[in-house]
Ligand binder design. Structure first.
Ligand code: NAP
Length: 280
């Protein structure tokens, strides 16, 4: 049995799907069970929040491994880590960020690093999945793509190696289920360097209609995020990663996906075709 937090989110929902597909039993730890209706009887549901450690302890019953997100305060996270350690959970996998390695002085890097350290200090066999930017960040473009075929671009023609949520989840599932895996830090990137305008062109081809990019400043990107409810420090941290991409300082590519999964990471073209209905 594997316990999945963030099971209604981008990566957690993929972790649930892939654990089930591999024949594992899954329990989702969620605040709103109604959001899990799609899974029906195929998963167990435990109701709780990151700041309800007693509910979390109950959800750990009979669990082999737990998938954790960087949610809530370090204090709340520390309580969950302690509960997992005292329940003798065999493995914990945390969805972290590659910013720890590539932009360590940002707020997002520090917040994830703090949680990683908490898990290690708790004495858990913890594995950290550190992805680059998700390909699914392209979903932020949907309103303007639908409205006028325009995508705001704060990254110029700088290239980076975004990764598909499916690949992040596949690495997380391997880390959760393989007791023999020695690596604790799994830095995962896509396999190709691609700019935002190149991604938009691939989206345009898949939609079979023209799209265009319009350049925006980092301040405008921050404003766009805060307008949709992203906290200012998070938006400012994400803008730092845009700045690095624009300046050609985010070109790292790892072989983690290929090494662990025995196949190449999904290319943006493949990912966008698989999810094209969301953009129509
Ligand atoms: N986007 C990127 O390019 C990128 C790159 C590298 C790393 N990351 C990292 O990836 C993580 C985000 O992953 P994601 O996109 O899969 O997340 P997401 O889609 O935003 O989902 C967040 C999940 O966490 C749950 N949640 C939020 N607060 C909670 C709480 N207090 N207690 C219990 N559950 C709670 C949400 O449940 P509800 O449905 O109840 O809200 C949801 O299931 C972040 O740590 C981010 O820094 C992102």
């Amino acid at each position: 049995m594997y316990l999945v937090t963030g099971a209604t989110g981008t990566i957690g929902s993929q972790v649930v799907a892939q654990l089930l597909a591999a024949g594992h039993a899954v329990r989702a730890y969620v605040r709103s069970p109604s959001k899990l209706a799609q899974w029906g009887e195929r998963i167990e549901v435990a109701v709780g929040d990151y700041d309800t450690p007693d509910a979390f302890s109950a959800a750990l019953d009979g669990v082999e491994g737990v998938f954790l997100m960087n949610i809530d305060s370090a204090e709340a996270f520390g309580k969950l880590a302690a509960r997992a350690a005292s329940a003798h959970i065999a493995r914990a996998v945390m969805l972290s960020t590659s910013m720890i390695e590539f932009l360590p002085d940002t707020m997002l890097a520090r917040a994830h690093r703090e949680k990683e350290d908490i898990l290690t200090a708790a004495g858990l066999d913890a594995r950290f999945v550190r992805p680059t930017g998700f390909m699914s960040n392209a979903y932020f473009w949907i309103p303007s793509v639908r409205a006028n075929g325009v995508v705001a671009n704060p990254m110029g023609t700088g290239r980076a190696a975004p990764i598909a949520p499916e690949d992040i989840a596949a690495v997380a599932v391997r880390a959760l289920t393989d007791a023999t895996l020695k690596e604790k830090v799994l830095t995962v990137t896509g396999g190709e360097l691609i700019s935002l305008p190149e991604q938009v062109e691939l989206l345009a081809q898949a939609l079979d209609r023209p799209l265009r990019c319009t350049d925006i400043t980092l301040d405008e990107a921050i404003e766009n995020f805060t307008r949709i409810g992203v906290p200012q420090p998070v938006a400012a941290s994400v803008a730092k990663s845009y700045e690095a991409v624009k300046a050609g300082r985010a070109t790292h590519v790892t072989d983690t996906v290929e090494r662990l999964l025995g196949r190449k990471p999904l290319r943006f073209e493949q990912w966008v075709k698989a999810h094209i209905d969301r953009f129509r």
